[in-house]
Design a protein around this ligand. Structure first.
Ligand SMILES: Nc1ncnc2c1ncn2[C@@H]1O[C@H](COP(=O)(O)OP(=O)(O)OP(=O)(O)O)[C@@H](O)[C@H]1O
Ligand SMILES: [Mg+2]
Length: 350
């Protein structure tokens, strides 16, 4: 990364402190925890994920990305503007990659909302990795450190060091269950989870998206370390990229210009992520087992919100738009306009 890129990341961080804090302070009390759209329309179904509320409407899905923050397999709190950051970051990547891989996006009538083509989702997470890293039980580094040399069907050489660049980008799928388990291409096909043809297409798509993401992130001074994609089939049988793409939640980013130096000194790479947030809990409680865990203080919540916003600004090169609020009423009214303009008529309740 050139000095000017480093400067521009610092500048975004510096500027953000000045103007982001006041918005966060005001909005902390109004984070979007539950979209409540079911009180507005007779949707066919509501699915509540960890972060998103999904409503089915004929051939569409209405995906509301909320501000819910999950970690340690539980919902911890809500982070102002996070839903908008995730949704608008995905929109940016969906638009930037649609010439490479078809995706589900139809429109974002509100910064928290995506209207998408309803798909049948393959029960596999397509994880792409450029580096030997990670800390969870299922991560490639944990397996390697424990002596395993075959990971998701790939053979890894001896002598690799944590955080080193892999010889080539690897697709390391996991199942999409409560506890995601690494799985190889052969198992996916032999267990009948996906056909060979479908897997082949998704695998090519995942590689293309990752290569594009790596290049684009490098221009912004970031290393795209690893990420996960989901694919599904629309009603015509087309395979589409769905869910989210290269958001701060689904992706690990490192700072490019300090990577080599720190790697050679055996230091962890610099990143802009939520490690500090996890550490805050790990220092004062056992968040995996305690029934009740403390609520983080405002400064911790603000800091995480700021980090999400900074990543949005670096990736998209745009200033974050604070003007549209994330409350349920503003979402309802944007959705109503969209549905009316597009002659989509769900049974309206209110
Ligand atoms: N186009 C689509 N059609 C149908 N379902 C979709 C589509 N895009 C995304 N989804 C689904 O919407 C859900 C997103 O919600 P969220 O990210 O909160 O889930 P989650 O708790 O992370 O669970 P998951 O592990 O299933 O992603 C996912 O289950 C995803 O598979
Ligand atoms: Mg998800």
């Amino acid at each position: 990364m050139t000095q000017s890129m480093r400067d521009s990341i610092l500048m975004i961080e510096e500027n953000s402190k000045k103007y982001i804090d006041q918005h966060i302070e005001v909005n902390r009390l109004f984070s979007l925890v539950d979209s409540q759209l079911e009180h507005f329309y007779n949707f066919q179904n509501k699915h509540v994920g960890k972060v998103r509320d999904i409503f089915i409407l004929n051939d569409y899905v209405i995906i509301v990305t909320t501000d819910r923050q999950s970690a340690f397999n539980r919902i911890i709190t809500s982070i102002p503007f996070k839903g908008q950051v995730l949704n608008m970051t995905s929109k940016w990547w969906f638009d930037a990659t649609k010439h490479l891989v078809p995706n589900h996006l139809i429109s974002c009538p509100h910064p928290n909302v995506t209207i998408a083509k309803k798909c049948k989702i393959f029960p596999i997470e397509f994880i792409m990795r450029g580096y030997l890293t990670g800390s969870t039980d299922t991560s490639i580094w944990t397996h390697y450190k424990n002596g395993e040399r075959i990971y998701c069907g790939h053979t890894l050489p001896d002598g690799l060091i944590k955080n080193c660049k892999l010889e080539s980008n690897l697709l390391t799928p996991t199942t999409k269950d409560d506890h995601d388990v690494p799985i190889s291409k052969d198992e996916i096909i032999s267990k009948g989870i996906m056909s060979e043809k479908d897997f082949q297409i998704c695998s090519q798509y995942a590689h293309k998206l990752f290569e594009f993401g790596v290049e684009e992130s490098a221009k912004k001074g970031l290393i795209l370390v690893d990420t996960k994609y989901e694919f599904g089939k629309d009603k015509f049988g087309n395979i589409l990229l769905v869910d989210e793409i290269q958001t701060p939640d689904s992706t690990r980013f490192w700072i490019k210009n300090s990577y080599q130096d720190r790697f050679s000194k055996n230091l962890e790479p610099e990143n802009i992520d939520k490690d500090f947030f996890r550490k805050w809990f790990l220092n004062i409680c056992d968040p995996y087992n305690d029934a009740i865990i403390p609520h983080p203080p405002p400064e911790i919540i603000n800091e995480l919100s700021r980090k999400y916003i900074i990543l949005y600004e670096i990736i998209t090169g745009k200033n974050f738009d604070f003007s549209i609020s994330s409350n349920s009423d503003s979402i309802k009214s944007a959705l109503k306009d969209f549905l009316r303009k597009n002659n989509i008529n769900p049974l309206q309740i209110v």
